[in-house]
Design a protein around this ligand. Structure first.
Ligand SMILES: [Zn+2]
Length: 244
């Protein structure tokens, strides 16, 4: 394909825009992933808070059970004490006394458990409240991070649209056949369609080029490809960032 160095220069500008577009797309794609990670952190924080609440509720329930058990035993003691007046035999009297004794012992044991549970309950309630405060602060902070990322994404969208428009404008001045070759090469070569020749090296794949190939690139009258990475070769050191 016959070309001019000017065409290659224009194509270099297109490639510069392509790099920018690709970079912006990559950064944009990262945003939802980052937001998802933050949301997962929030959920984990919420679970920790809920676990603290669950523990507090469980202790409270256990305490109520013990208190109920205690009240039942105390009721039984009262009943046995009344029954004592009605017993006819010494054995029955002794048996009732023994039952009263055992119930009193059980009540005393339950009392100890209830006191322990009250202490544990106090600690758990404090932990629950602290976990709530911590989570609210964490959730607010993470929410701000998400808002920041969403704002960043909106900015990136604007930059991307602008870069795509610039790319289109650059591409319009390049001959259609060359555009087509560039697009195809770029798609096959990880987004990079052009490679600069440095001495006798292809700078993209670092392979040594045949002397004739280097010579052709210097002349710049026809399209020359790297025999190794198949990219379009050029020897233009820098190009102006404004499209011609
Ligand atoms: Zn190469």
């Amino acid at each position: 394909m016959d070309i001019t160095k000017d065409d290659l220069g224009k194509l270099l500008l297109v490639q510069a825009q392509d790099r920018e577009v690709d970079g912006l797309k990559k950064r944009l794609a990262q945003v939802p992933e980052d937001i998802a990670a933050i949301r997962a952190d929030i959920e984990a924080g919420k679970s920790a808070m809920e676990a603290a609440k669950k523990k507090s509720v469980e202790i409270s329930l256990r305490r109520k059970e013990k208190e109920l058990e205690m009240a039942q035993k105390e009721g039984a003691i009262k009943k046995h004490q009344t029954d004592l007046n009605a017993v006819k035999t010494n054995e029955a009297f002794k048996a009732l006394l023994k039952e009263i004794e055992e119930a009193k012992k059980a009540v005393s044991e339950s009392e100890t458990v209830v006191l322990t549970l009250m202490d544990e309950g106090d600690i758990a309630t404090k932990a629950e409240k602290a976990a709530q405060v911590d989570f609210k602060a964490f959730e607010a902070k993470q929410g701000e991070l998400i808002k920041g990322l969403e704002a960043r994404a909106a900015e990136l969208e604007v930059s991307l649209a602008a870069a795509e428009a610039r790319r289109k404008a650059c591409l319009e001045s390049v001959p259609a056949a060359l555009c087509d070759t560039y697009e195809k090469t770029r798609q096959r070569r990880q987004g990079v369609g052009l490679s600069r020749v440095e001495g006798n090296l292809c700078t993209e794949c670092r392979m040594i080029l045949p002397p004739q190939s280097v010579l052709n690139v210097k002349k710049g009258h026809q399209l020359e490809f790297c025999g190794s990475c198949q990219r379009i070769l050029h020897d233009i050191a820098t190009v102006s960032s404004t499209p011609a």
